[in-house]
Write a protein that binds this ligand. Structure first.
Ligand code: NAG
Ligand code: NAG
Ligand code: NAG
Length: 284
């Protein structure tokens, strides 16, 4: 009340030019505050530091699971990274798939169909990485390959990548389970990441082309070793791991600083994990 009164008194005694100037400033400020586009787009330009494609390798017929994973990743984001999540599978094989997958593409535009026959260790990961430079509309700084039974927390993932090199990088959970040396063998197929230069190298080099078949994660480690690539490596332990009690020394208890939990093959595990990380806490 007092301030209002003082303000009105002040306005009355001020010359018209100052009043219009004041009104202009007030109006301008209000406009800036009310317009959500101006500050938010500025923030994104200032803060987004890199881009990441997460390709979840899955099967065409896993419709319900894709729906679930779209919820899981649709509610996450990171202010420092532009992260796209896409589902990756081989050629369609049944008539109804053309219709159903077309609907998903129309609605979500998050599907990559590779020119291959569905397989696990017969070169799907090779086809995935080597196709990307041709099928993507633009490059990314990083490309990840992830399983469909892993929960990835995008914000901690982005934060862990922030200080790392943008080139010649191989990131993940190093195998063997107990090892802390990222150069010893290879990164587990649960979710590993390559910088874009390595994705291009996989598409161009003869080394991967001649060593396509075998355990997909192990083969990637082998190619990089043979090609003397990935001088920069980062094994994110203990932040990446298998669900407690499912895989010996690759497993441990859930921890707050988690980036990825793997082997979520059952609903009770998914719900335990989502509950632990308070994903739905504010809602019900
Ligand atoms: C798809 O793969 C088949 C079999 O490997 C090959 O014959 C064909 O040329 C490929 N098509 C394209 C568009 O790459
Ligand atoms: C995948 O489908 C395309 C188009 O139908 C076909 O040309 C190609 O040979 C198929 N590739 C494989 C590996 O089956
Ligand atoms: C979840 O919320 C509880 C209660 O606020 C808190 O104590 C706990 O640290 C949170 N868990 C994580 C992983 O952030």
């Amino acid at each position: 009340m007092h301030t209002m009164h003082r303000k009105r008194m002040m306005l009355v005694t001020l010359p018209p030019l100052v009043i219009s100037l004041l009104l202009f400033i007030i109006f301008f400020n209000v406009q800036v505050i009310r317009s959500p586009l101006i500050p938010s787009s500025k923030t994104i330009i200032l803060q987004t530091q890199f881009s990441l494609l997460i390709g979840i390798l899955t099967r065409v017929d896993n419709y319900n699971h894709r729906h679930f994973l779209r919820l899981i990743y649709g509610i996450q984001s990171s202010p420092i990274a532009k992260i796209d999540v896409k589902f990756v599978f081989c050629n369609l094989t049944k008539p109804e798939q053309r219709i159903l997958i077309s609907l998903e593409i129309l609605r979500f535009n998050d599907i990559i169909i590779l020119n291959c026959t569905e397989n696990m260790n017969n070169g799907k990961t090779y086809t995935y990485f080597s196709s990307l430079p041709h099928v993507l509309p633009h490059k990314y700084d990083y490309v990840m390959k992830a399983d469909d039974d892993v929960f990835i927390r995008l914000e901690p993932l982005a934060l862990s990548l922030k200080p790392l090199p943008r080139v010649d990088l191989y990131y993940g959970f190093v195998i063997p389970c107990a090892s802390m040396n990222p150069f010893v063998e290879y990164m587990s197929g649960m979710g590993f990441l390559l910088s874009w230069d390595l994705v291009e190298w996989i598409g161009e080099s003869d080394i991967p082309r001649e060593e396509m078949f075998g355990p997909e994660d192990k083969m990637v480690g082998k190619w990089l070793k043979m090609g003397r690539k990935a001088k920069n490596r980062f094994s994110n332990k203990p932040a990446m791991y298998d669900y407690p009690g499912t895989n010996g020394k690759c497993s441990h208890e859930l921890i707050p600083e988690t980036v990825a939990v793997h082997r979520l093959k059952r609903w009770d595990r998914w719900s335990h994990v989502l509950e632990f990380f308070n994903v739905t806490k504010q809602v019900l």
